[in-house]
Write a protein that binds this ligand. Structure first.
Ligand code: ADP
Ligand code: ASP
Ligand code: MG
Length: 815
């Protein structure tokens, strides 16, 4: 004999019921089958809704009733094309009884637990009848037996306790005589000794099946549901979750107690002692292997953490006060009070000082719990020995479960640091003495992120997901998106980084996708996106609350730079090619660095100097390894290089600057480059990264522009001065040429001071042969005292800048 249970979704549509019947037909070829069924998916909830509506004098209960009726009639019709009259008449009778019950509730304005159990029983009674009759209509040997005649309980309505003695005898006696190949039993429902209808608790059909399996001592219990087994964590919340092949009874129990809804927690109890394995299978995918729950020894080399689960709607109650220290009896009185009120305590923590006890309970119990506890400790509260109890709501418990965790150090450390890195605040921690479970109480809003973070940490440790949010998809930003699109596969396979673009914005539009934007047509999507705003972009990024989030600033906008601190405070990393933040006021630069450390959010800006060249990274490594920078000599402006490499006595200064602008080598306002401000910002950043406190005003800037050029008030005016002052610029060129020198715009940092200026560079100097828009930096340090460390290469251009941003993102991924 075999016992199979099919849940609500499995019997939720005619298509699924046909699947169920096929499975049963197959099994029945070789064995007698007991099949426990739930109510049609969603019906229990609808019955309770109708009950509440009726109780609250809300006429909508009639509409809910009609919906329940329609769902069942539709099923009957779809399953039994002809010959459904007899089924309909029974179902009609039942529905009439249901309607009378609801009318009664409406009339007396009351819905007691006892009536509630009577109400929900209709769900399983109807589903089991319809399925059994459908099978009979198809000439199968089937019968429906009402479990209420078999399972006897006490009168603890809504979650009654089973009298196993009588129940086992009833079940054994019935099946001894049963002749049919398949017996359909309604799950969840039972009766008390007084004949009252009772239920076994929400999700209790699993339990019914286990009770029957144990009474009949079958070889295996099969729970058929809508997922392919017990997963490493809830597959609805974590896409990467996967089915666990084998798991122990204890682990399964622990996971289900902590929220893995796939198995109703008491289900394990009846089968555990008899060693009957539970096999979890998927009705929609019968060929999937599923999960076996048993006490089979599982090799220790398997994963240490078996699964992660969570329970929502948790409230934390804290009892604290100096009067509690060292005085016995407080916890006894506390727990007695809760027990009298039938309040289930889900989690307990007590600090070793005994100064406080913290309890996790279901949110719906808070009111009763608070009143009862305050009453119990009224005296102590009045004497200020104990504070009035503290209640926090909107919480959830996440729990790591694994039999083997006790033999491994550092699991909780890993758990809490992974959560901490992602800015998930932990309110309380509990670790059972058996060490099969470590639980943390966190805010409900963080649950999805926490489960994903922990799943990545313990089950996918080899891949790390990065979620980037890019603002500014102009020249450089567009290149960056294209590079990401092209490299995604490579990164996954070679660096185990799953790089996803979760947000994109230009100045007009923005788009988000928590599963990662499909980059094949990102431009079209962005064009159809919502209106962009900087605050909106931040708020959306924050609300998505994805792990390893990185904000990428590919603008030159100071308003964007002003938002970095908000991103960092949310533990969202910042990668910027925008130089404004790092060259702003020193206090602001320092603040961002501090926030980055405090919130564990990387702040990287390699492209601020020398585009994609690894200048800042190299400098950071020198400093981190204990070296000290003594001086820096550098040519850092791709645009000025371009200008002075192309300017001579055959060209006009105006034409060369115009060409540089046209090729994207200058800022939109070329004065920022030509006045030396851009280079000053770069050397400032290098000086600061070398450990020097310095501001932009401290940098000596000897301008080479003409008087009129310096004073121009608009870009147009400025260009006019270039034409008018051609002689001024030709003179600069002639002077250099006469000495056999090249003009280069040089930045220097020496003995704590920095300056930028146009210099005449002789032919034996490393700067002399700098081509095109190349940059060069020479670091003199204690270790590189005589021969500097030199970094040289393309220092401007969209492609190399994008690859520099890319490198910063990968740096974060590798950490
Ligand atoms: P049924 O109606 O078949 O009894 P349930 O809805 O009670 O099904 O349980 C199955 C659901 O449990 C899944 O659809 C899934 O959303 C949820 N679930 C939560 N945690 C887990 C987990 N660790 N493994 C599998 N499913 C889980
Ligand atoms: N129908 C009941 C419920 O929804 C029992 C079950 O499906 O297991 O809770
Ligand atoms: Mg269930």
């Amino acid at each position: 004999m075999k016992v199979l249970k099919f849940g609500g979704t499995s019997v939720g549509s005619s298509k699924n019921i046909n699947n169920v019947i096929n499975i049963l037909q197959n099994y029945a070829k070789t064995d007698a089958i007991v099949c426990v069924v739930s109510a049609v998916g969603g019906i229990t909830d609808k019955l309770l809704l109708a009950g509440r509506q009726a109780k609250n004098k809300d006429n909508n209960y009639l509409e809910t009733f009609e919906l329940i009726k329609d769902i069942h009639f539709k099923l009957i019709k779809e399953l039994n094309s002809d010959n459904h009259d007899s089924i309909v008449s029974y179902v009609e009778d039942k529905l009439n009884a249901l309607k009378s019950l609801l009318d009664g509730i409406f009339l007396i304005n009351e819905l007691s637990p006892k009536t509630s159990d009577k109400l929900v029983s209709f769900g399983e009674l109807l589903s089991s009848y319809i399925i059994a009759e459908t099978m009979k209509n198809r000439d199968m040997s089937a019968a429906r037996k009402n479990s209420q005649d078999l399972i006897l309980t006490n009168s603890n309505f809504t979650k009654a306790e089973v009298n196993y003695g009588v129940t086992n005898t009833n079940i054994q006696a019935y099946f001894k005589e049963a002749k049919e190949q398949v017996t359909i039993l309604p799950g969840f429902i039972s009766k008390s000794r007084l004949g009252e209808q009772t239920t076994l608790g929400r999700g209790g059909s699993d339990f019914t099946a286990a009770i029957v399996a144990a009474a009949l001592k079958v070889e295996q219990l099969e729970i058929w549901t809508d997922v392919s087994g017990m997963f490493t964590t809830n597959p609805k919340l974590v896409k990467q979750a996967y089915p666990i092949k084998k798991i122990s009874y204890q682990e399964a129990m622990e996971l289900s107690h902590f929220g893995a809804k796939v198995l109703y927690p008491p289900t394990v109890q009846p089968v555990l002692d008899l060693n009957i394995p539970i096999h979890i299978k998927n009705t929609m995918e019968p060929e999937a292997v599923g999960t076996i729950i048993s006490n089979e020894e599982i090799p220790a080399n398997g994963s240490v953490v078996k699964g992660i689960s969570n329970i929502g709607n948790i409230a934390l109650i804290t009892l604290q006060g100096s009067g509690m220290v060292g005085i016995p009896g407080f916890s006894k009185r506390l727990f007695e009070t809760l027990s009298q009120e039938k309040i289930n305590v889900i989690l307990i923590t007590q600090a070793s000082s005994e100064h406080s006890i913290c309890l996790g309970i279901d949110e719906s119990d808070t009111e009763i719990a608070k009143n009862a506890i305050d009453a119990t400790f009224e005296n102590e509260i009045q004497l200020h020995k104990i504070d009035p109890i503290l209640v926090e709501k909107g919480l959830s418990i996440v729990a790591l479960v694994g039999d083997n965790m006790k033999n491994h150090q550092g699991i909780s450390g890993k758990m809490f640091s992974a959560l901490g890195r992602n800015n998930i605040n932990i309110r309380a921690i509990a670790q059972g003495a058996s060490e099969k479970n470590i639980s943390a109480v966190i805010a409900e809003k963080d649950v999805k992120k926490a489960l994903n973070t922990l799943h990545e940490q313990f089950f996918e440790s080899k891949t790390k997901q990065l979620n980037v949010f890019i603002t500014g998809v102009g020249n450089v930003g567009e290149k960056l998106v294209e590079q990401i699109k092209q490299q995604r596969k490579y990164l996954k396979e070679n660096l185990k980084i799953n790089l996803r673009v979760a947000g994109l914005s230009n100045s007009r539009k923005m788009i988000f996708n928590e599963d990662g934007i499909d980059l094949s047509d990102w431009k079209v999507q962005l064009n159809n996106g919502e209106s962009a705003s900087l605050e909106g972009f931040f708020e959306n990024t924050k609300a998505l609350n994805l792990r390893n989030s990185i904000f990428v600033d590919v603008t030159a906008n100071s308003d964007v730079a002003n938002l970095y601190q908000h991103y960092l405070r949310q533990s969202i990393g910042v990668v910027a090619c925008n130089k404004i933040a790092c060259s702003s006021d020193f206090d602001n630069y320092k603040l961002l660095k501090r926030l980055s450390l405090k919130y564990n959010a990387p702040f990287l800006f390699e492209t601020n100097v020398g585009a994609g060249l690894p200048i800042i990274d190299t400098l950071n490594n020198l400093v981190a390894s204990g070296d000290k920078v003594t001086s820096i000599h550098a040519v850092l402006s791709g645009s000025l290089n371009f200008v002075f490499n192309n300017f001579n006595d055959n060209t006009k200064f105006y034409d060369v600057v115009k060409q540089a602008a046209a090729e994207g080598y200058t800022e939109p306002d070329p004065r920022i480059d030509l006045s030396g401000v851009d280079v000053a910002r770069k050397i400032l950043i290098l000086a600061r990264e070398s450990g020097i406190e310095m501001n932009l005003e401290d940098i000596e800037n000897k301008p080479f522009l003409s008087e009129a050029g310096l004073k121009s008030t608009s870009v147009d005016d400025f260009y006019k001065t270039l034409i008018a002052d051609e002689a001024h610029y030709q003179a600069l060129y002639a002077s250099a040429k006469a000495k056999g020198c090249q003009l280069k715009y040089v930045a220097q940092f020496n003995e704590g001071k920095a300056n930028v200026s146009l210099q005449e560079i002789p032919s034996d100097h490393p700067f002399y042969n700098l081509k095109g828009s190349d940059n060069i930096v020479m670091f003199y340090t204690n270790r590189y005292a005589n021969q500097p460390m030199i970094i040289k290469g393309a220092g401007a251009g969209a492609d190399v800048t994008a690859s520099g941003l890319f490198a910063d993102i990968i740096r974060i991924g590798n950490n």
